[in-house]
Design a protein around this ligand. Structure first.
Ligand SMILES: [Zn+2]
Ligand SMILES: [Zn+2]
Length: 339
């Protein structure tokens, strides 16, 4: 039973605890609380903000924030100011997570590694994460089910280029839709040879990426392209955020210009996911590890203890146990983890 070993560890390491609280994951190290992507701002201890996706950003109430410069800049254009942040503090190190620009995992000096959102697969200008060996791994498992294994990026690009060519031969514009921060920049890069227009919200993020040295061609935002009549010169390509097929903008582009829409998401191959069904095509493309990559990540980290957070926590932990790992989901009210 897990309980006995937990009691044992409790006696050994009273000061080192990992637990899930109503405001998120807290890891206590020698008396200092480290809040990992907390759900709300915290006043004491250290807060780690892994990246600038909205589910990870919150109003800060003070205290020290560990995050990257890129995350702090992107947070700013999304209306969040991260004050008093640093990229290096005592024996904490930020590790590139390969998820979006500036996304990091956190490695504690005493051997705990928290992944944040992570991808070990390189794609376009993003390099895959190079994960460290660790004693205790706290890993996300958004796609921690065997049905989520993504196609190779080259095959995806080839297929999308074929769809665009085919649509162009019929004079029809194409809109590629993906999350405006992260996915849309990968799409802007992979399909830059079609000289796409950008949806205004995508253009804003692309500008920030370009300021950090990512080679994304500059282009007109959709408002400017439309008001200057350029959208009447068909066909054209546009990169847009992950809007639903029912969204007024998408409906307008379809009825006015006959645009074809392609939705991109890791969930695209799942019938459970509505976004994929609302577009003419849906293509699996993710900024997270797929199932096999999660297993690979665990293997490289070779931890003694694994906590799963975010996603299929029960399913993935149980698969890891079957493979011989000591793994469990980190959930509220469960016995705290001691290491
Ligand atoms: Zn994310
Ligand atoms: Zn996330």
């Amino acid at each position: 039973m897990q309980f006995i070993s937990d009691v044992f560890h409790r006696n050994l390491n009273l000061n080192q605890v990992i637990k899930m609280t109503p405001s998120g994951i807290v890891s206590i190290h020698n008396g200092t609380a480290v809040h990992l992507d907390p759900k709300k701002g915290t006043e004491n201890g250290i807060t780690f903000v892994s990246h600038a996706h909205i589910d990870h950003l919150h109003r800060q109430n003070g205290g020290l924030v560990l995050t990257s410069r890129q995350t702090s800049e992107i947070a700013k254009i999304r209306g969040y100011t991260i004050e008093n942040y640093c990229e290096k503090y005592e024996n904490f190190s930020l590790i590139d997570a390969g998820h979006i620009l500036g996304a990091k995992g956190l490695l504690f000096g005493d051997g705990v590694f928290y992944t944040g959102d992570i991808s070990i697969r390189g794609r376009a200008f993003m390099e895959g994460a190079k994960v460290p060996k660790c004693k205790t791994l706290i890993t996300e498992c958004t796609f921690g089910m065997p049905e989520y294994v993504f196609p190779k990026i080259d095959d995806t690009v080839k297929r999308v280029n074929e769809i665009i060519s085919d649509s162009y031969s019929r004079g029809r514009p194409v809109i590629l839709l993906g999350y405006e921060l992260g996915k849309a920049q990968i799409l802007s890069y992979l399909f830059s040879h079609w000289q796409p227009y950008y949806h205004d919200s995508v253009k804003k993020v692309n500008d920030v990426y370009r300021n950090f040295g990512i080679v994304l061609p500059d282009s007109l935002g959709h408002s400017e392209a439309e008001s200057s009549g350029l959208l009447n010169k068909k066909p054209w390509l546009m990169i847009a955020p992950n809007l639903s097929g029912k969204n007024a903008f998408v409906q307008n582009m379809k009825s006015k210009y006959g645009a074809i829409t392609i939705g991109f998401s890791g969930w695209a191959q799942s019938s459970r996911f509505a976004f994929a069904r609302q577009h003419d095509y849906s293509i699996p493309l993710s900024d997270h590890c797929d199932y096999n990559e999660l297993l690979q990540l665990v293997k490289v980290c070779s931890p003694e203890k694994i906590y799963t957070v975010h996603g299929f926590v029960e399913e993935f932990a149980s698969d890891l146990v079957k493979l011989g790992y000591d793994a469990q989901p980190l959930v509220e009210n469960a016995l705290d983890g001691y290491f």
